[in-house]
Design a protein around this ligand. Structure first.
Ligand code: TRP
Length: 454
């Protein structure tokens, strides 16, 4: 088991696993709050625009590297670099991805732990007006937060340790249907109990005066994160694809499902929040403070709908967490010929440590700023999401567009139309690297040094 990377034993496994990966806290926690912060409609339109023009092409590039390289993110890149007479140093893409995955795992588990905690809080009933104080108290509790994230982290580690068929595929087959039923149930409930028309218009109405460089950055970063681009998840899952499955078609299905669920999450949250008189611009506490207040106002039915909502978030987060762990576990087990169980145990230890650092950023080290960033949690989130993911994404785009140009076999890709094929390569070679690096540079200058150009 240790040496080769294995294969999904059926044609839906990739679709389920990649969708489970893509649909996560990014969709249900991140997308609505960022849409809320950035004024709604314009952000949503930009988001969809970037998903189609940049996200899908780079998504396909990542899956392609995995499917053609047939191994973990580092070895896949190395194999393809060798075959195309490129420097072995391209493997930095793989290592960068793995580094990002560990850091993301560290903070992602902490947010997910919060979600589980909130499931119980909302079930026990919250007094109207108490949500803010509850949040402050929960955040301050180092040991309680550690307990919640541990449950989540070791639960997902257990699935990954069981392998790609008996662990990941089996779990996804169970989690994904549940996720979709829960999303639709929440949208349905929002339509009945909230103001659906207000939610819809908030999500899609165009307010041009909200437009700024920051909106573009937020939309593009959110799109890449939500599609799970840039840390090797898609390479790893792509490498397990059966040979007759086509990258282009499978990618389009996953990207469509991911975008659909982000919009549905907006349609679950905004009608309720707006209908009960709350503004959806609370920022990253939207699903914790604002929604807890919403459930409190709903009274006893809130004690039922609230836990359902947090359960949905937990399910989405769990399937994503599995996919965040896979690249590093695949790498360790193949590179050092160790069993998955052993590789997973090592990764669990690393992630546990990183999660502790992330928890501490909420309480004991809350005042310890890291450069321009408020605390360790924010610093980890920033370094992985805003710094590493876009760099690795750009690297993959350049690698496939420039170095693998002669090796883009269509029986792997399945892009029948010649014009589309040329367009894809053109985007990978020019559009996405230039655009991503521009956004990356502007964004980092602004965050790290406070320099703002427009
Ligand atoms: N896309 C997931 C979400 O929306 C998170 C995630 C899983 C991810 N795997 C990833 C993000 C790989 C970036 C890269 O929550």
């Amino acid at each position: 088991m240790a040496a080769n990377s294995g294969q999904w034993n059926n044609n839906t496994a990739f679709l389920l696993a990649a969708t489970g990966s893509a649909v996560g806290l990014g969709n249900i926690w991140g997308f609505p709050y960022k849409a809320g912060e950035n004024g709604g409609g314009l952000f949503v339109l930009l988001y969809i625009f970037f998903v189609i023009t940049l996200g899908l092409p780079v998504f396909m590039a990542e899956v392609f590297i995995g499917k053609k390289g047939k191994s973990n993110p580092v070895s896949s890149v190395e194999t393809l670099a060798k075959a195309s007479n490129s420097s072995k140093s391209w493997n930095i893409i793989g290592y960068g991805g793995i580094l990002a995955s560990l850091i993301i795992a560290g903070y992602y588990a902490v947010i997910a732990g919060f979600v589980i905690n909130y499931g119980f809080i909302s079930a026990s009933g919250v007094d109207v007006g108490a949500a803010e104080a509850i949040y402050t108290a929960e955040k301050a509790n180092f040991w309680e937060m550690t307990m919640w994230f541990s449950i989540f982290l070791f639960g997902s580690g257990f699935v990954v340790a069981n392998g790609i068929d008996k662990g990941i595929d089996k779990a996804m087959r169970f989690l994904l249907p549940m996720l979709f039923v829960l999303v639709f149930a929440m949208v349905g409930y929002g339509a009945i109990a909230g103001d659906f028309a207000a939610g819809l218009s908030y999500l899609f109405s165009w307010k041009a005066d909200d437009f700024s460089a920051g909106t573009i950055q937020a939309a593009i970063g959110q799109a890449f994160f939500s599609m799970s681009i840039g840390m090797g998840t898609l390479m790893a899952f792509g490498s397990y694809m059966p040979s007759d499955q086509k990258v282009s078609r499978a990618s389009s299905v996953v990207v469509t499902a991911d975008t659909g669920v982000a919009l549905l999450a907006g349609l679950a949250i905004f009608p309720l929040a707006l209908g009960l008189g709350f503004s959806p611009n609370a920022g990253d506490t939207l699903v914790f403070v604002t929604m807890t207040e919403v459930f409190a106002q709903l009274g006893s039915i809130g004690q039922f709908v609230g836990p359902l909502f947090y359960f949905l978030l937990a399910v989405a987060a769990f399937s994503s967490m599995i996919s965040i762990l896979e690249p590093s576990v695949a790498f360790l087990s193949q590179k050092f010929s160790m069993t998955r169980v052993k590789a997973t145990s090592i990764i669990m230890a690393v992630c546990f440590g990183l999660s502790l650092v992330s928890v501490a950023g909420h309480n004991v080290w809350n005042d310890v700023a890291i450069g321009a960033l408020d605390n360790t949690f924010e610093a980890m989130k920033y370094f992985a999401d805003d710094f590493l993911l876009l760099l690795v994404g750009t690297g993959m785009s350049i690698f496939v567009g420039w170095r693998l140009q002669g090796a883009l076999d269509n029986d792997i890709l399945g892009i029948e139309n010649k014009a589309l094929m040329n367009l894809w390569v053109f985007i990978l070679k020019w559009v996405s690297p230039i655009f991503l690096m521009l956004i990356w540079t502007l964004g980092n200058l602004q965050i790290l040094f406070g320099i703002r150009f427009f």
